[in-house]
Ligand binder design. Structure first.
Ligand SMILES: Nc1nc2c(ncn2[C@@H]2O[C@H](COP(=O)(O)OP(=O)(O)OP(=O)(O)O)[C@@H](O)[C@H]2O)c(=O)[nH]1
Ligand SMILES: [Mg+2]
Length: 196
């Protein structure tokens, strides 16, 4: 479960140019600012391969990273950023929906990233519903666990479980790297590099 190499391959703005070259893909989806790009950086052990930012709406393209020359991470723009223009929000929603509904590529897993403090929002529930209706394999990464006290963790985890409908939940912190080994193990299994 070693990340030997990770390189940026392509940032995709249109629906037509998604990569579909047969290598497995792991897609990172979630609301704006939950830490998708930071989660990817922490998993890869790279500080800034993936552009992340304290300004929400940082990731504007679907960015493809080739890992170990064997599989891709796809970092999507976040959905639901209220301050973004409707036109931009629609464009992002369209791209995400196209990928999960119509693309010929089916990701080995969708990592749905949430902010553990916020939990599963209505938009996330809608996303989960769409993902399930298209038969996608989903894992939830409850990020930013470092911001919570133990008591809050127990409380939030209960709430998240209640809404997750049996989906696997990983508590995670891109900041402290808590949960990194467990998430990497799941990913390596999904892409066929570790026996299930
Ligand atoms: N405390 C804490 N902050 C985090 C963590 N992960 C990300 N952040 C912060 O959250 C903010 C957003 O991080 P990004 O990785 O850019 O989030 P994103 O989901 O990629 O955002 P968009 O691309 O805009 O959708 C940044 O200020 C990060 O430093 C974490 O585990 N703990
Ligand atoms: Mg991002």
């Amino acid at each position: 479960m070693n990340i030997a190499s990770a390189e940026f391959v392509k940032g995709v703005t249109g629906d037509d140019y998604m990569i579909s070259d047969g290598y497995p893909q792991i897609a990172f989806l979630g609301r704006s600012n939950v830490g998708k790009s930071s989660v990817i950086n922490s998993l890869l052990g790279r500080k800034s391969l993936v552009r992340s930012s304290s300004t929400p709406g940082k990731t504007r393209e679907a960015n493809f990273y080739r890992i170990n020359d064997k599989f891709y991470f796809v970092d999507f723009p976040g959905y639901g950023y209220a301050k973004m223009s409707k036109k931009d929000r629609d464009r992002i929603a369209k791209r995400i929906l196209w990928y999960i509904q119509y693309s010929t590529v089916k990701p080995e897993s969708v990592m749905l990233v949430i902010d553990m403090q916020v939990g599963i929002t209505d938009l996330d529930e809608e996303m989960l519903r769409i993902l399930h209706s298209h038969g996608h394999e989903v894992n939830i990464i409850a990020n930013k666990v470092d911001k919570l006290k133990q008591q809050e963790i127990t409380k939030q985890l209960k709430k998240i479980h209640a809404k997750a409908g049996g989906v696997n939940i990983f508590m995670y912190s891109a900041k402290t790297k808590k949960g990194k080994n467990q998430v990497l193990e799941e990913i390596f299994k999904r892409v066929g590099l570790l026996r299930q």
